[in-house]
Unconditional design. Structure first.
Length: 229
């Protein structure tokens, strides 16, 4: 990877990228409330299982498929991937988190110099033609920035792990240093999930981790909450 692409990858992977991910816990807030004794080891297991059984087979796979379609400038296929991903998200909060963040990244794509296709994707999302799931937009932006497909999927998978751990920090269940240590410990799972995601076709998109979806669905009914989802 040359210097320009490396800088683009680092920027896309930056947890401080202003796409609104900080507002979502992906069901973790409600899960922690239901599991008050959960500590760092339990959180590491939860994030690892989420990556392997949900992110790799759904969002990570969609990011890879979107990158492939974007490289061919296949707008019809991109729309189909986006629709398929939305249909497989089991709860409205999960769809909301994905689409809000995806819309923000699409709007930011011009500032990242992600190319004409990213601008077309932004227009279709803004016009309501596409749901605008984050993973699909990540694939389009990654291709537009000249990143390899594998690197783009790795960024998407790692980004989900980082988002969950960051939420745990803000909920007071992890220290910042321990969160970074857990992210490092999860590196083999992130790498394996990335490889698995690259082998999944659109018809195979799936999630086999209903536990967090159940907690995400319960989240809006909580009397007090820090996160949107």
């Amino acid at each position: 990877m040359d210097e320009r692409r490396l800088q683009a990858a680092l920027q896309l992977a930056d947890g401080a990228l202003p796409i609104g991910r900080f507002a979502h816990s992906y069901g973790l807030e409600a899960w922690l409330e239901a599991n008050p004794e959960a500590g760092p080891e339990e959180l590491r297991e939860l994030v690892g299982v989420t990556l392997a059984c949900s992110v790799a087979t759904l969002d990570g796979a969609a990011a890879g498929l979107a990158h492939e379609a974007a490289a061919r400038a296949d707008l019809e296929e991109l729309g189909a991937i986006d629709a398929a991903l939305r249909a497989r998200k089991l709860s409205e909060p999960a769809r909301q988190a994905s689409e809000l963040c995806g819309g923000r990244l699409a709007a930011l794509a011009a500032e990242l110099d992600a190319g004409d296709l990213a601008e077309e994707a932004r227009a279709r999302i803004a016009g309501g033609d596409w749901p605008g799931n984050l993973a699909v937009v990540e694939g389009v932006v990654g291709a537009g920035l000249g990143l390899e497909r594998e690197a783009t999927v790795l960024i998407a998978v790692r980004g989900h792990a980082l988002a969950m751990l960051s939420a745990a920090v803000r909920l007071g269940r992890l220290g910042t240093a321990r969160a970074q240590a857990l992210l490092r410990e999860l590196a083999p799972v992130i790498q394996r999930s990335t490889r698995n995601a690259l082998g999944i076709e659109r018809e195979q998109l799936r999630s086999t981790l209903p536990e967090l979806d159940v907690h995400a669905a319960r989240h809006p009914a909580r009397d007090a909450r820090l996160f949107i989802t």
